[in-house]
Design a protein around this ligand. Structure first.
Ligand SMILES: [Zn+2]
Length: 173
């Protein structure tokens, strides 16, 4: 399913961050819609079921991942399909794109002018729960080390501090 505004704007290649990535295939302007994140609209209940399933499978095979996207309070989008290249866009702590949900559709929109050949990224916005299962390799100067939405960074730091304190207390005994 190709983005009518997008053909020619992006291409899929190997990424230095992780697996395959999506790269600008020409100059992209700040505010431009780059690609649509497509998938199947599912209920939260179904989303939870698939999340557990995909996660178990990815632990088993070491490959694959969970591509569930929060659409609204009632529904998620499962983007784990080959016809959704936007699923390959990597997370970054200092991204050049962000996601806009417009009338039930998910668009990846440029946050700045992006040069031809640059890898596209957005912040996945994960919460701080299970942050340790999602290490970040974005390599940006402001990388926090985990794939966690910026709003949750304080929570994550709190959890890390708590763990460090517990580890110190254990070492003292
Ligand atoms: Zn990072």
């Amino acid at each position: 399913m190709e983005d009518p505004d997008g053909p020619g704007l992006w291409e899929v290649r190997d990424s230095e961050i992780h697996g395959s990535g999506v790269f600008a295939a020409g100059a992209i302007w700040n505010g431009e819609r780059v690609i649509e994140y497509c998938g199947e609209k599912i209920t939260k209940e179904e989303s939870e079921r698939r999340g557990d399933l995909h996660w178990a499978r990815s632990l088993e095979t070491g490959g694959g991942a969970v591509y569930l996207f929060t659409l609204n309070k009632k529904y998620d989008v499962d983007g784990a399909f080959p016809w959704n290249p936007a699923r390959l866009i990597n997370h970054s702590c200092d991204p050049n794109c962000e996601v806009h949900i417009v009338k039930g559709r998910i668009w990846v929109v440029a946050l700045m002018d992006i040069e031809d050949g640059t890898e596209l990224s957005f912040n996945y916005g994960f919460d701080a729960e299970d942050y340790e299962s999602h290490p970040c390799r974005c390599g940006k100067a402001r990388c926090v080390g985990y794939i966690v939405g910026e709003d949750y960074w304080p929570d994550m730091y709190k959890q890390i501090a708590k763990k460090e304190k517990a580890a110190k207390q254990k070492a003292r005994k």
